[in-house]
Write a protein that binds this ligand. Structure first.
Ligand SMILES: [Zn+2]
Length: 69
């Protein structure tokens, strides 16, 4: 994934708002959110599932924890 949103604020006054690629909801881009830029674990799992099914067509789902960091 490419990070097209480069925050210019060094002050953490305003949270950077991003749109969840999965459900389209607007959520604050928080560094302490392990599911960013998704709004939740569920949305990230959905996206990973779609990605995996398109790219690999495997039956076993990837472990999202392995892709963090
Ligand atoms: Zn979402």
């Amino acid at each position: 994934m490419t990070d097209q949103t480069t925050p210019d604020n060094t002050q953490a006054t305003k949270p950077l708002m991003v749109r969840c690629p999965s459900c389209g909801d607007t959520v604050p881009y928080r560094l302490d959110n392990p599911y960013r830029p998704f709004c939740s674990k569920g949305c990230k799992a959905i996206d990973l599932g779609a990605w995996a099914s398109e790219e690999y067509r495997v039956e076993a789902k990837p472990n999202p924890e392995d892709l963090i960091g």
